[in-house]
Design a protein around this ligand. Sequence first.
Ligand code: AMP
Ligand code: ZN
Length: 274
Amino acid sequence: MNLTKKVESQVKKTLAKIKISKKDKILVAMSGGKDSASVCYILRKLNYNVEGFHIDLKIGDYSDRCRKAVEELCKNLKIKLYIYDIKKEMGGGMCYLRTAIQNSRDSKLKNCAICGVIKKWIFNKEARRIKAKYIATGHNLDDESQTFLMNILKGSPQLSANIGIETRNKENEKFISRIKPLFYVDENDVREYSKKQNLPVIYDKCPCALDSYRIQVRKFINTLREKEKLNIMKNFEKIFPLIERKKDLKLNFCEICGEPSRNKICRKCELVKI
Ligand code: AMP
Ligand code: ZN
């Protein structure tokens, strides 16, 4: 099977498992990178009801280039694009917000962890405002096996309860389901795919991604073959029912921002006070 067919059929299988209707609005969280660009391109090609969503993180020239790439792709695909300007909405770029948090609260918190919490909070709030049924991210097989392995190495496999092709919470009407169409697609295949389709994409890594442990695990994952990465996820699928049963499915609403939260105050509001 050629690469295009292989990647697209893996995505089709994943989407079939989630049982998405072609009418359901899917908001693709587009970073400007190859993964989310490929997700958007494939969903559009398969005639899903897709719109783009980009957070302009205001990380200097890197963010400007990412934004331009997303704008170009959405224009080419003739889809609507929503841009969330973090400086306007939260009073500062991601570097500023992150440094303030690290200086004032918890200096051990890693850059990607802080950025991840803030981005997820924005995704949910904005997807609900836009009335999307799903928010799709570009997480691929390498990302997911890396997260699962890191949680195993930390001795906390229960932290992987939110991995999976779909994260949803039926009990909480404010929680928008997150889907990962590239869950079973090898990162090398996504890179090749995006190049083959000539997608406007920024291939550089985010200049703030400095978490050395994550980089170390990623280097190891890079040495594995596709089959071995799939095997890691097979192990995940075996233990998933155990961790899912254990995780507290009850979500409340944050007392500050009203977003879904496990605790009285959500993680984003613990970090950022606006
Ligand atoms: P990361 O957290 O950078 O590994 O990105 C994971 C996924 O989140 C990407 O594949 C995108 O779907 C989404 N994402 C990351 N950064 C942005 C951004 N600036 N705007 C919109 N979506 C993003
Ligand atoms: Zn909150």
